[in-house]
Design a protein around this ligand. Structure first.
Ligand SMILES: [Ca+2]
Length: 213
């Protein structure tokens, strides 16, 4: 009698444990399915983001060949490792007796991300092939005005003009140009017209907008 009772008790325990295992297994499977679904959704979101960043020049996130090439280039050339070329300069003092053909040396450099502008010579050396924007603004007095050229090693890139005025007058230009590594760019006084530039308001800036082969 006791043995029958014991058998029944053990059977009940076994059935109860089996039921508990089944419940746990079902719970684990359900959580696994949920995780797999979340994983698929995350993969899809990552793919979308990588696709969007593929053509971004500063993105090193993609796994495609183009991006790997870019990373390699960045490490072999510290210039492109982090910051894109950009510089901003101005005159720290008035310039007088500016001669014809003379480079205008903007001697106060406030930004030069790739160390490509030389404040002693006024020359920007193109650090990588690409399309660049340059802007220069000159402030002259009523006696002066000035005719200037944005020069490069390969010839003029553009022209800027400040007229005579009754008082102070601004002038310059914005130029977009495709340039190759090593090209020098500077602003020069173009002809006899004018010889004075005011400090602070006379500036020269440039930056890369698109790297090219
Ligand atoms: Ca510099």
């Amino acid at each position: 009698m006791v043995s029958v009772l014991l058998f029944v008790i053990l059977l009940n325990i076994s059935v109860s444990l089996q039921s508990s295992y089944d419940d746990n297994l079902s719970d684990i499977l359900s959580r696994l399915e949920k995780l797999e679904k979340q994983n698929r959704e995350k993969d899809a979101a990552i793919s979308t983001l990588l696709e969007k960043t593929k053509y971004c020049p500063t993105s090193y996130l993609g796994r495609d060949n183009e991006t790997n090439q870019r990373i390699k280039k960045a490490f072999s050339n510290p210039i492109s490792a982090g910051l894109l070329p950009a510089f901003h300069t101005r005159l720290s003092r008035d310039l007088t007796n500016v001669g014809t053909g003379q480079p205008i040396v903007f001697d106060l450099e406030t930004l030069d991300t790739t160390n490509s502008y030389e404040p002693n010579s006024g020359i920007f050396t193109v650090p990588m092939n690409g399309i660049y924007v340059f802007y220069w603004n000159l402030l002259t007095n009523q006696a002066s005005g000035m005719d200037t050229t944005l020069m490069s090693t390969h010839g003029p890139l553009g022209f800027g003009f400040v007229s005579h005025a009754e008082n102070w007058e601004n002038g310059g230009n914005l130029i977009v140009a495709k340039l190759t590594t090593g090209t020098h760019v500077w602003v020069k006084k173009a002809d006899k017209y004018g010889d004075f530039l005011h400090e602070r308001f006379s500036t020269f800036s440039g930056y890369l907008i698109q790297e090219t082969d």
